[in-house]
Unconditional design. Sequence first.
Length: 139
Amino acid sequence: MKRMTAAAGLLWLLAAVPAGAEEPAVIKVTRLLTTDATVTGQKLVLPSRDPQLIASIFEIPPGARLPRHKHPYARYAYVLDGDLTVDYGKAGPQHFHKGDFIVEAIGTWHFGMNSGTTPVRLLVIDQVEKGQPATVMAK
């Protein structure tokens, strides 16, 4: 990838200005989270080879409970709507609400449930080794 030169950067900024406007458009960035650990305090570890990213939207109806499972690789979730409770066993339950960013526990058995009265919608991002599962279900 080529580095952006100062002139190219200025042209890019000028392109962000609406036609006829005197002020450049304001681009807002809201940082959701900066962390090096999961919700249970584990250090983040990414796949060591052939990384693959999987992005999904989960929709969980009120009262629904996900089966007990664990994640062998990093999983991140952003709560778009609703209230989610995740029970991490010995680490206890944690409650997440609209606007929360979750860095899931790795290799820890847990289950989630919609603890609210409206559907939970999650943007879920998994980083796995290519061809490997993002979730392992308890038997």
